[in-house]
Design a protein around this ligand. Structure first.
Ligand SMILES: Cc1ncc(COP(=O)(O)O)c(C=O)c1O
Length: 411
């Protein structure tokens, strides 16, 4: 535990909150928070279930597991309710999945802060494998094979590889060919694949192939409502376990761990989540509006960073932009953390790539555009409904503040 510093993104959020509370106009581009209000139908579903105060089944209610099974089946991955496990957020499910699988875990470099930290908490080690430049979420299959063979030759047990589709921090989606290649490598190495698909419904316009379609016998898929419907604070996630014996074995181990850690996810939230996973039109419209808004905001932010001289892979999903300032080196700034600190002094909070497993000297930043939609639910609702959110005054001001800060930092 001493090796784990605590989630960099949650810490960044708290620091930004303190500065804003003290009256500093800090642009909150560090924390991976969705920027949409709760849909009224979800609020009503949650309220309607307020009297459900029993614990309920460990794996989740039948209602929720059936709805989540339908969600995956509609996406081409036939799923039985028994293959679904619900929990208080997909983060908790990832942790019990890693624990159940056992051994060290391969994580992409860069990747979301918590995979490596969770592996360390479990007393295992993350094996970082780079993703191809400009891509994200899926490690290079040859480098993966090499790294696993070397780790095994050194006496380590490697049990799993985590993929993020689409990816945080890069905002990119691995191509179907990259997904197939990494699945083939994982099969060859007999690794369980954990496919984190929490941002799946926020892909702007790119073909999505899930590893669960390619290697259903070895893929644990995780998802939830924190991002697509902006319900991070409701703490609800779902996992789809692999088909066949691996799924049965993992289910038993994960349900046992869940019974000892969280007992069951909150019943009223499960009821609302079951409604969400049936995907009524009012909610799919809400997700579609959010997707379009994030696409507009992320592309605008990417353009501002590119204009300042950074190399910026075009965002393909969710609310992340990953500019690389390497073309501007050498400069007075020698690490991603220095770069983030200078930008922060100029009122723009971001996170350095080192928070995502990259080397300290990488001059890359993870920029989150989710909270640009506004500070209040009224603003966020207006941003969601706007034909062009960039024309709303608070968003236009935020983008100008970013431009001004970049002009000062990179004259
Ligand atoms: C890649 C990734 N996976 C999982 C999560 C956590 O999701 P949940 O709210 O379902 O625990 C996040 C949230 O930041 C994330 O970025």
């Amino acid at each position: 535990v001493d090796d784990v510093t605590g989630s960099a993104t949650l810490a960044a959020d708290e620091a930004v909150r303190r500065r804003r509370a003290a009256g500093e106009p800090v642009l909150p581009l560090a924390f991976g928070q969705a920027g949409v209000p709760v849909h009224p139908a979800l609020r009503a579903a949650l309220a309607a279930a307020a009297d459900r105060n029993g614990y309920g089944p460990i794996a989740g209610t039948d209602e929720l597991r059936q709805a989540a099974a339908g969600y995956w089946t509609r996406r081409g991955v036939a799923t039985e309710p028994d293959a679904v496990l619900a929990g208080p957020g997909s983060k908790a499910l990832l942790y019990v999945a890693l624990q159940a699988i056992g051994g060290d875990v391969v994580v992409p470099r860069p990747s979301w802060v918590s995979y490596a930290a969770q592996a360390t908490l479990l007393g295992t080690a993350p094996v970082f494998v780079p993703t191809p430049p400009g891509e994200g979420g899926v490690p290079d299959p040859d480098l993966l094979t090499d790294a696993v063979r070397r780790a095994r030759a050194a006496g380590r047990t490697v049990g799993a590889v985590v993929l993020t589709l689409p990816d945080n921090p890069t905002g990119r989606l691995a191509s179907p060919a990259a997904v197939r290649a990494v699945c083939a490598a994982a099969r060859e190495l007999d690794l369980v694949i954990i496919s984190d698909e929490i941002y799946r419904d926020l892909v702007y316009d790119a073909p999505f192939v899930s590893p669960a379609e390619v290697a259903p016998e070895r893929v644990v898929t995780t998802s939830g409502l924190s991002k697509s419907l902006g319900l991070g604070g409701w703490r609800i996630g779902v996992a789809r376990l692999p088909d066949g014996p691996t799924g049965a074995w993992l289910r038993e181990r994960m349900v046992t761990a869940a019974s000892e850690i969280w007992s069951s996810a909150a019943q009223p939230v499960q009821h609302a989540a079951a409604y969400a996973f049936t995907e009524p039109a009012e909610l799919t419209d809400h997700v579609a509006a959010a997707r379009a808004m994030y696409a507009r905001l992320s592309n605008a932010v990417a353009e501002r960073f590119a204009a300042a001289g950074a190399v910026v892979p075009t965002p393909q999903a969710a609310f992340y932009v990953y500019p690389d300032f390497a073309p501007l080196a050498p400069s007075t700034v020698h690490s991603g953390a220095d770069l983030a600190a200078v930008l922060s002094e100029h009122g723009v909070a971001t996170l350095p790539a080192s928070a995502f497993g990259e080397p300290a000297e990488a001059l890359r930043l993870r920029v989150c555009t989710g909270m640009l939609s506004g500070d209040t639910d009224d603003q966020r609702e207006a941003a969601l409904r706007a034909t062009d959110p960039l024309r709303l005054p608070w968003i236009a001001d935020a983008v100008s503040q970013l431009e001004a800060a970049l002009a000062k930092v990179i004259p």
